[in-house]
Design a protein around this ligand. Structure first.
Ligand SMILES: [Cu+2]
Length: 185
């Protein structure tokens, strides 16, 4: 039931989105070479307090757990990705997501509309300082359009999460039929 609604919503949105002029995707166009050597040096001077040494010099350290992407049924060219995202020592805002597994990615939320759950595009998700947000089926999610099934078939999808302050996090999302914590099914 839920699943059917979700599919219907996904289908409606995909159709609507087709009228959208394609957004230019700067993916793979990165030319950032500065500062990384210094960052590594800084990290090495610090005690390895946690499992995220790369974020040691970042004003906001993001942590992602439970990242997964729904294995889409045959014939679908859209799917959704989920995770729990925690901000460390500063508040943050997720504003974009990029991946080679889809032609386009959007940030979506869900809202009831005439007794039907419908997805809606939003500009981003705020993450409170020291807090977290959870993207999960039936709620907030990353929406992937025109998916590349060859990439999904590898079982893992790399998604670059882009934050308002310019930080990015490259996160592996596991391709699954159900949520990682959905046991006994
Ligand atoms: Cu969506």
């Amino acid at each position: 039931m839920n699943h059917a609604i979700w599919l219907a919503a996904a289908s409606a949105f995909a159709l609507a989105a087709c009228n959208d002029p394609a957004t230019p995707t700067p993916y793979g166009d990165s030319d950032e070479t500065g500062a990384s050597t210094q960052d590594v040096q800084d990290s090495m001077d610090q005690t390895p307090a946690d499992q995220a040494p790369a974020a040691a010099s970042d004003p906001t350290a993001y942590t992602v757990v439970g990242a997964w992407i729904r294995n889409p049924p045959p014939g679908r060219d859209v799917t959704a990705a989920f995770m729990t995202l925690t901000a460390g020592n500063a508040e943050g805002r997720l504003i974009d997501a990029r991946t080679n597994a889809a032609a386009r990615t959007e940030i979506h939320t869900m809202a009831m509309e005439d007794d039907v759950m419908r997805m809606r595009r939003v500009e981003g998700f705020d993450i409170p300082e020291g807090g977290s947000i959870t993207l999960a089926p039936g709620g907030d999610h990353l929406m992937l359009f025109e998916i590349d099934r060859d990439v999904l078939a590898t079982g893992q999808v790399l998604i670059e999460l882009v934050f308002e302050n310019g930080q990015t996090v490259n996160q592996v999302f596991e391709v699954r039929d159900t949520a990682p914590d959905a046991e006994g099914n």
